[in-house]
Design a protein around this ligand. Structure first.
Ligand SMILES: C[C@H](O)CC(=O)SCCNC(=O)CCNC(=O)[C@H](O)C(C)(C)COP(=O)(O)OP(=O)(O)OC[C@H]1O[C@@H](n2cnc3c(N)ncnc32)[C@H](O)[C@@H]1OP(=O)(O)O
Length: 719
């Protein structure tokens, strides 16, 4: 028998408790909404029902609409406004009996919209409430754009909507989004009592849609909308949907909430079919798919509990990693080689915490408590009871090898031994040990306590348990992990090297540094390759570059530009002079002087200006920088280094800031088509050589017009 999507129980007090019942998240599928409608109508008809309480099974109210159904035609066809206006507004909110929401767990998107259409809301203090629809490039579609501003005020609503911000129950209460807080064990009872109080006129019966007290006067509201638009444009100049969100809210303020509801429904109908929304939905699922790892997560293994972690090396990476760990309540030992380095490392961790406190993300009391989880050491003696070690010293293979010899000697047998490297072959790192099954790569991105990606690398010999333990640790420190096979540069460093290489290749042949950076920023990257090189610093990653050059010599373009600049004491943002010059506030300015370094580099390399490359359009610049990245990503897939294409999408977005609304590198490439990309690479490789030559995987997919993101099985089934 088909399980019912809502369960209704009528108590002796005359309250019908309707429970959304589609675990784990009670997503609002068509079936769930139909069932909610039927149960609500039944409750309204029954004479023994005085009021209704809506709640969710499995400790969760609802995670909102099922986003995998976006853009598809729902069962029974699509009628704009069917659920938002015909049901939630005209049946549910207009009901003759009061309805109270009892919110635990999550009430997100459509889930919160159902709760806001109720006449009161009781929540637990830890419940998570929000309208994160904009993270999918759509607007709330069940009246959220109209009800949220009327419950919490326009400014707060815009802040929550435009940033997809989720608030906890306590904050929701202080904002007026919920009417009372109750512990989980008493939640439904409290909601029932509240509903009875409404029936007995002891509590107000409020329709959120017509609430006025929180709304700013129209003239002020219009100013707020105008500045919200300006902020949204500045923050995401390529995106239309944040502006559409403000328009829809404003329509409701100017012409009334019902007009706002219609505009919301019509706008959403369009947005759901947009490429932007499809790309963002893709990234959402791609991110969740990263930790489904054949041979690891399908083996019935349980992750071991990690109590104590050691970090070797207190430099920028090590201190960032240690910060990330203590921020998530791990006890951490930080090891350095001498007192001076140790104090510097500890100082960096403290500075990281202080900067969080300064930004209001942490109280001073919490800072002290968090900092107390860190202990600095100079010897390995205290490594005897650690569960996991992360080595994070400079990219020096001999040093790393020595450290792993020591780790084998001092750490317990179960201890996972991770190396934070961006390029080195793990077998080389552990070459002089006998613990290859425990060695795993943990490639963090700097600053490690901020950036959300972790690349986990395994060799043929790494045990599934070690990988699983690290996946689990990543989850607990809120990192998205992609799992890849051991090789030089792994997936992330390798997929991006052709990007900066192509950029300098073009500049040496006449393309303008600042025009390149501008084109790439306009495309949606946080900054262009030269501004990025300045930020990272020229001296950083020299060891990594040398290693990459050795492994990929046949398609490596060895530009001397940075070296020439370094010889003249230009090191990037750190010393105020790189491809840009910087003022005291770290503001970057183009520098005409740069031309002399480029000319010197041209003389060294024997390269001359190419008129075609000197006058590239912005579109051509984007293609010449990113198509080589697509090409290298194809090699990575062909060699089985990444498990699936969507992992590279996640890596490009979370590791390098590739715009999520383009879906990640492979998704974006497929939106252009492998045929076009391959034809361009063929054309450029004929003129400019190996660095642009398309690989066999790309050529083969292009010739058969099979998407690059299709798995091998999918690709084969199209034969
Ligand atoms: C009409 C409306 O206005 C439109 C909407 O409602 S749009 C949807 C709004 N809702 C959201 O944005 C919530 C998105 N989901 C989340 O943020 C998180 O999943 C969560 C906080 C609810 C739960 O997090 P967590 O417990 O870590 O579980 P998580 O792994 O993310 O999700 C569990 C499973 O549910 C799936 N899932 C979660 N939310 C989903 C959604 N809204 N639609 C479809 N699938 C969803 C995940 O893909 C995952 O599937 P898997 O097990 O096959 O990998």
């Amino acid at each position: 028998m088909k399980e019912r999507k809502t369960i209704m129980e009528v108590g002796s007090d005359g309250i019908a408790v309707i429970t959304l019942n589609d675990p784990p998240l009670n997503l609002l599928s068509h079936d769930v909404l139909v069932s909610l409608k039927e149960s609500t109508e039944l409750a309204m008809q029954r004479d023994d029902v005085k009021a209704v309480v809506i709640t969710g099974s499995n400790g969760k109210f609802s995670g909102g609409a099922n986003v995998s159904a976006f853009g598809t035609v729902p069962q029974g066809g699509r009628k704009v406004g069917l659920w938002s206006i015909d049901f939630l507004t005209d049946v549910f909110e207009a009901a003759r009996k009061p309805i109270v929401a009892a919110v635990d767990g999550v009430a997100l998107g459509g889930g919160l919209e159902v709760a806001m259409a109720c006449h009161a809301r009781i929540s637990t203090s830890n419940a998570q409430l929000g309208l994160p629809e904009l993270q999918f490039g759509i607007l709330p579609g069940l009246g959220g754009t109209q009800r949220l501003p009327r419950l919490v005020g326009l400014s707060k609503a815009l802040e929550m909507l435009l940033a997809s911000k989720i608030v906890k129950g306590e904050e929701a209460y202080s904002l007026g989004l919920v009417d009372a807080i109750a512990p989980t064990s008493e939640l439904v009872n409290r909601a029932c009592s509240w509903a009875l109080c409404i029936v007995e006129h002891k509590k107000p019966w409020i329709s959120s849609l017509y609430k006025l007290d929180k709304l700013e006067p129209l003239a002020k509201a219009r100013i707020i909308c105008t500045s919200a638009r300006a902020r949204a444009k500045k923050q995401s100049p390529n995106l239309e949907f944040p502006l559409a969100c403000v328009d829809v809210i404003e329509e409701g303020l100017v012409s009334g909430p019902r007009a706002g509801l219609w505009k919301e429904a019509e706008t959403n109908e369009e947005l759901q079919h947009s490429t932007t929304s499809k790309s963002l939905v893709h990234i959402f699922f791609a991110q969740r798919a990263t930790t489904k790892v054949p041979g690891v997560t399908d083996q019935g293994l349980q992750p071991r509990k990690v109590y104590k972690v050691a970090v070797v090396g207190g430099g920028l990476m090590g201190s960032g990693i240690a910060t990330a760990l203590i921020l998530h309540n791990y006890s951490v030992i930080l090891k350095e080689v001498n007192e001076q380095f140790l104090q510097a490392g500890i100082g960096r961790v403290k500075a990281n915490l202080k900067s969080r406190a300064k930004n209001g993300n942490m109280s001073l009391e919490k800072l002290d408590k968090t900092f107390s989880l860190l202990r600095g050491v100079l010897e390995y003696d205290s490594f005897r009871d650690v569960d996991l070690v992360i080595e994070a010293v400079t990219e020096d293979i001999l040093l790393k090898q020595q450290i792993f010899i020591d780790l084998e000697k001092y750490c317990p047998p179960h201890c996972v031994l991770a190396t934070n490297t961006s390029t080195f072959d793990l077998n080389l790192v552990g070459k002089r040990t006998n613990v290859h099954n425990q060695i795993v790569g943990a490639h963090f991105f700097s600053p490690a306590h901020v950036r959300p990606l972790l690349e986990i690398i395994h060799t043929e010999q790494t045990s599934a348990q070690a990988v699983l333990d690290l996946i689990n640790l990543a989850k607990s420190i809120k990192k998205t992990a992609i799992i890849v096979k051991n090789s030089t540069g792994f997936a992330t460093t390798r997929m991006m090297f052709p990007y900066s290489m192509a950029a300098t290749f073009l500049v040496e042949r006449g393309a303008d540094i600042y025009k390149i950076d501008q084109a790439i920023s306009k495309f949606g990257m946080p900054m262009g390759p030269f501004r990025m090189a300045d930020l990272v610093g020229f001296g950083v990653a020299t060891g990594a570059r040398a290693n990459m050059r050795k492994s990929f010599s046949e398609r490596w373009y060895d530009s001397k530009l940075m070296q020439v600049m370094q010889e003249d004491d230009r090191a990037g943002q750190t010393n105020g002079k790189g491809f840009y010059v910087y003022d005291g506030n770290r503001k970057a300015f183009p520098d005409p002087e740069i031309e002399k370094y480029i000319e010197k580099t041209r003389r060294i390399s024997g390269v001359s200006i190419d008129p075609k490359l000197k006058s590239l359009s912005e579109k051509e610049i984007v293609e010449m920088l990113f198509f080589p990245v697509v090409n290298e990503s194809c090699r990575i897939l062909a060699e089985g280094i990444a498990i699936k294409a969507s992992d590279l999408d996640v890596a490009s977005v979370m590791g390098f800031g590739f715009p999520a609304y383009r879906g990640g590198i492979i998704f974006w490439a497929d939106s252009i088509g492998p045929k076009y990309i391959c034809s361009k690479l063929v054309e450029w490789s004929r003129i400019y050589g190996k660095i642009f030559e398309p690989c066999a995987y790309l050529k083969e997919r292009a010739s058969r017009d099979v998407p690059l993101g299709a798995s091998l099985e999918q690709a084969t089934s199209r034969l």
